[in-house]
Write a new protein. Structure first.
Lengths: 189, 353
């Protein structure tokens, strides 16, 4: 039963991943990517990691991909034309890199099969909410906080870029301050 | 697959079917109740011709939806256009399986004990949030694929609104998670069964409940937050180009979302299936106790559904910038404040809860 579901969701993930690359319409690619994320979440559930599965769906499928779909919808991106690639040397480079990747995967598969002690799915508590939470707020507290500061800086940077340089609105005379604030409130939406 | 698993799977299918039929019936009659109650609020009668008191109106509506002509716009993106209503309805229906409709009951004259919920999921609450975040795609894709400016505006507005209010919604739930110490919905309800079934989390986390209620109404795109389908500016918003059964699916998804959000509010804040003093009267685990609890749960959900209709009958619509300001500048800080208050109380008096 479990094997059947694994084949189903694994196949779905691979199929959607291929569709992401093969589709010419960017929105179809985005939808396929959502399919990949959801199939991966199903695989995580089967690996007894429900929390990671839920986070996968909430963060990737529910938040990040919504933004991607938003941008595609707003820009109204046309279907990509099938034209000749200008950088011809990229094709052999891609082939070599794909070969390296396949070799890595094959190496990992072989070594993992040889290692004797595989932890059982039920004995591990890696993916449970409690273990993730306690690890994040005790053992890995510093990296966790640093990551949040990094994200905050990214947001501030995005705001700066969107406002065309300078975080604060341009300084003007005192008389204009009140109307400045008012117009700011209207523009801020 | 041995026989035990087969029986389990068959039982699950039966439970899902029963829950599906019950939810669809409740939804159908919510639509009727909405039309009648709105009628009474506005000083008229509402639909009362089909069947006694209009009770067969939902079936007449369904028949009408099936028989109507199905128009597909010429320049629409065909595949996405068909996909969108399916995604919306599926995301609305899928959250149903984790809610506890009642306690564990023993079937009379046998020793079989069954819980009145479809599946017991450790991270039920996260599952609900995850699936409801998928629901945005139904609306966004519907707006985009229709190839219509009003639809696109409606879809964009709906997605922006749902993303914004999802944040306040999720934050308002953190207080409950702090109080319960678990994400398991069945366990959360169990924890509220003290004090003769009145130890509801709304008593400890009232600000969170208010924030949750407002954010939930915005999440379901209902008045006063129904900007995505504001008739006066956007014709009908994201479903302008949808007709017949595909429109009915969006309609269905909206009302199922109302129903599931009401169930979430009941489960997390109003004690779920806990009916005051029911345990003292009937005793735990009896069939009658289960029945009373399930009816109590349904009544609490119906109260929320009535609240939705009542609000629709009384409140005007927001403007879109007001809506965004309200969500980000008022609701979000209050949600954070509610977390702060609850966390402080738990830290200072851990035994109080």
């Amino acid at each position: 039963m479990l094997a059947l579901l694994f084949i189903l969701f694994g196949g779905l993930a691979i199929g959607c991943a291929l569709a992401v690359v093969a589709q010419r319409n960017p929105l179809y690619s985005a939808i396929s990517l959502i399919g990949v994320f959801i199939s991966l979440a199903c695989l995580y559930v089967m690996l007894a990691a429900p929390f990671i599965a839920a986070v996968q769906v909430i963060v990737y499928a529910g938040a990040i991909m919504v933004l991607v779909v938003f941008v595609i919808m707003l820009l109204n991106v046309e279907e990509e034309e099938h034209r000749r690639p200008r950088l011809r040397f990229l094709v052999p480079a891609a082939v070599v890199l794909a070969g390296v990747l396949i070799a890595e995967v094959a190496f990992i598969l072989v070594t993992v099969q040889k290692s004797p002690a595989l932890p059982g799915a039920n004995t591990s508590d890696v993916g449970l909410t409690q273990s993730v939470g306690s690890a994040l707020f005790t053992q890995y507290l510093l990296p966790f906080e640093i990551t949040s500061i990094l994200l905050l800086m990214a947001i501030v940077g995005a705001m700066t870029l969107a406002r065309g340089g300078g975080l604060l609105p341009p300084r003007r005379g005192v008389n204009n301050a009140a109307s400045d604030v008012a117009s700011d409130g209207a523009n801020g939406d | 697959m041995d026989s035990q698993t087969a029986i389990d799977i068959a039982l699950k299918f039966a439970a899902i079917t029963v829950a599906f039929v019950v939810v669809l019936l409740v939804v159908a009659y919510t639509v009727l109740a909405e039309r009648r109650i709105l009628g009474f609020i506005q000083g008229r009668l509402g639909p009362n011709r089909v069947g006694p008191g209009g009770l067969l109106q939902p079936f007449a509506d369904l028949l009408k939806f099936i028989l109507k002509e199905d128009i597909v716009p010429d320049k629409s993106t065909r595949f996405v256009y068909f996909l969108a209503p399916v995604v919306a309805t599926m995301a609305a229906l899928m959250t149903m399986i984790v809610y506890p409709f009642g306690p564990e009951i023993r079937i009379p004259f046998t020793d079989i004990v069954i819980p009145l919920m479809i599946t017991h999921f450790d991270i039920g609450l996260l599952y609900v949030l995850g699936i409801s975040s998928i629901g945005v795609y139904g609306i966004a894709l519907a707006g985009w694929s229709s190839n219509n400016k009003y639809s696109l505006m409606g879809g964009l507005r709906a997605s922006a609104q749902m993303i914004s209010y999802e944040l306040a919604l999720g934050l308002s739930l953190i207080g409950v998670i702090l109080l319960a110490g678990t994400l398991d919905l069945a366990r959360i309800v169990e924890l509220q069964s003290g004090w003769h079934g009145l130890r509801w989390f709304i008593l400890f986390h009232p600000l969170g409940f208010v924030v949750f209620l407002i954010a939930a109404i915005a999440e379901t795109n209902r008045i006063p937050f129904d900007l995505p389908e504001a008739e006066t500016e956007l014709v009908a918003g994201f479903h302008t180009e949808y007709s017949a059964m595909k429109f009915a699916l969006f309609f269905l998804a909206e009302y199922i979302n109302m129903f599931t959000v009401s169930m979430l509010a009941t489960t997390l804040f109003l004690g779920g299936w806990n009916v005051p003093f029911a345990e003292d009267i009937f005793g735990r685990g009896t069939f009658l106790f289960g029945l009373v609890s399930a009816i109590g749960f349904l009544l609490k959900v119906i109260f929320f559904l009535f609240l939705y209709i009542w609000l629709r009958g009384t409140l005007p619509r927001f403007r879109f910038d007001q809506l965004m300001n309200f969500g980000w500048k008022i609701l979000l800080p209050f949600a954070l404040l509610s977390i702060f208050i609850t966390a402080t109380l738990i830290f200072l008096w851990p035994n109080l809860f």
